[in-house]
Design a protein around this ligand. Structure first.
Ligand code: FES
Length: 107
């Protein structure tokens, strides 16, 4: 099964299994990744799954929906060029091994 690595605010790297078709927010909350809240359950209304995607993987990400683009402007940690919502990153073969840094704070 592919893995995703979350870099937490304390610098710890946590690699978790993510099934093809599963999103990174759910993988993070299921595995107790600190800092990924996922309050809205993935409906793009809370922005508490904000991550910064390692540049090696940004070209493989799905296109950003307009809703995601808008809500990223309201993240607590501030938007960066590699900001995405983890709930919108769905694992596929091209994203195997993806590395994301958890935005801090989320709220
Ligand atoms: S879980 Fe709410 S925006 Fe991603």
């Amino acid at each position: 099964m592919p893995q995703a690595t979350f870099i937490c605010s304390d610098g710890a790297h946590r690699a978790v299994d993510v099934a093809i078709g599963a999103n990174l927010m759910r993988a993070a909350t299921d595995n107790g990744i600190e800092g990924i809240v996922g309050d809205c359950g993935g409906s793009m209304s809370c922005a508490t799954c904000h991550v910064f995607v390692d540049e090696a993987f940004t070209a493989h990400l799905p296109d950003m929906a307009s809703n995601e683009d808008q809500i990223l402007d309201y993240t607590a940690a501030g938007r960066q060029p590699n900001s995405r919502l983890a709930c919108q990153i769905v694992m596929n073969d091209a994203l195997a091994g993806i590395v994301v840094r958890v935005a801090d704070p989320q709220i």
